[in-house]
Design a protein around this ligand. Structure first.
Ligand code: 13P
Length: 267
């Protein structure tokens, strides 16, 4: 079964509600160039309802879905400053980024915390976009695969086979995020193959073969096609370049569905 490409924009802490609606108006007319691709936008929390509405009003609700950048694992409670899954679902959000390296490094998120959130997201029927990736020191010490194995084991531990197959894993080497230093297509593909093997060991070949593994870290219009032509790279999680609708649309256009890769003899 070919995997449908999944390309998500992680805006991080950028854009007001007004800027978000303007962005949707600029992006939607451009996505006609993108093939059969899941297009996902992850704005900050305050812009989620406006973005869901804007996409629907622009007639693109079937092409573009909306994700949150974080969530609390509990459905409600005394957790000042946090946002729950029922709140996100009520806004029309269908996916959640979990365990981004900025959350791990700057806000103290642990593997156990990521596990709790991933379980809750999947149990609620939303798509978890689970971020994994090594630091530069870990890569230079030859520990990349150990780190990926640990993060996959810990982060997806609570999922059933079916939930693991429906999840998205984002390989985001920390040294490539926001640095302009992108992983080479070979480096990305090797990491993705390792992640898929790790998934297969835990969940079996069917789930591992269904799970979309996407690459994040300095994806730009000029490097997207080479990355996404790799057999085990099923899409992208785009930070900086996704803030510009024209650049994000170019990245989407560079994402060809699996059939066209097969026709070019890449598989
Ligand atoms: P950049 O594309 O800005 O490197 O960010 C990648 C990222 O962290 C996406 O989640």
């Amino acid at each position: 079964m070919p995997r449908r490409p999944f390309v998500a924009a992680n805006w991080k802490m950028h854009k007001t509600v007004g800027e978000t609606v303007d962005y949707a108006r600029e992006l939607v007319p451009r996505v006609g160039d993108a093939g059969d691709v899941d297009i996902v936008l992850a704005p900050p929390f305050p812009a989620l309802p406006a973005l869901v509405d804007a996409v629907a009003d622009l007639g693109a609700g079937d092409r573009i879905t909306v994700a949150a950048q974080n969530v609390h694992a509990e459905p409600q409670g005394a957790f000042t400053g946090e946002v729950s899954l029922p709140m996100l679902q009520a806004c029309g959000v269908t996916a959640v980024i979990v365990g981004h390296s900025e959350r791990r490094q700057l806000f103290g998120e642990t593997d156990a915390g990521v596990d709790a959130k991933v379980r809750a997201v999947a149990a609620a029927g939303l798509t978890p976009i689970v971020c994994v990736g090594e630091t530069l020191a870990e890569r230079e010490a030859g520990r990349t695969f150990d780190v990926l194995d640990r993060q996959i084991d810990a982060g997806l531990a609570g999922l059933s086979r079916e939930q693991a197959g429906a999840a998205v894993v984002a390989y985001e080497p920390v040294w490539a995020i926001g640095t302009g230093r992108v992983a080479t297509p070979d480096q990305a593909d090797a990491a993705h193959r390792r992640i898929r093997a790790s998934l297969a060991a835990r969940f079996g070949d069917d789930a591992a073969g269904a799970c979309r593994i996407i690459y994040g870290g300095s994806v730009k219009p000029d490097n997207a096609a080479a990355l996404m032509a790799q057999p085990d790279v099923d899409g992208a999680l785009v930070g900086g370049a996704s803030l510009d609708p024209a650049a994000f649309a170019e990245i989407l256009a560079a994402t060809r569905p699996p059939d066209s890769r097969i026709m070019e003899g890449r598989c």
